[in-house]
Design a protein around this ligand. Sequence first.
Ligand SMILES: [Zn+2]
Length: 96
Amino acid sequence: MTHFLDESGNIPKEMPKEARELASFLALVVDATTKTMPSILTSTEIRCLKKKCEGLIKSEILGKKDDIHWVCSKCKNEGVISEWQKTKWDNRQNPK
Ligand SMILES: [Zn+2]
């Protein structure tokens, strides 16, 4: 996650459009997932990144490293987000 961000933790404006869309999507997933820190796949209200896919994203926190695993409910789109801790989308109440 952090490699998408500039020094102040924002998504850089000069980023290519596709990369920016991906970064914004990942930020949404981090934001939604860290509010509840689910340990099993849990639905969010985030739309899939793929054009024309109407799936919603499900996410969960993985194991010890706290990586965020997300999958689309309809297509095979999925990924893992690491290094999201202490970004501005980290909503944990009690950071470790
Ligand atoms: Zn999808």
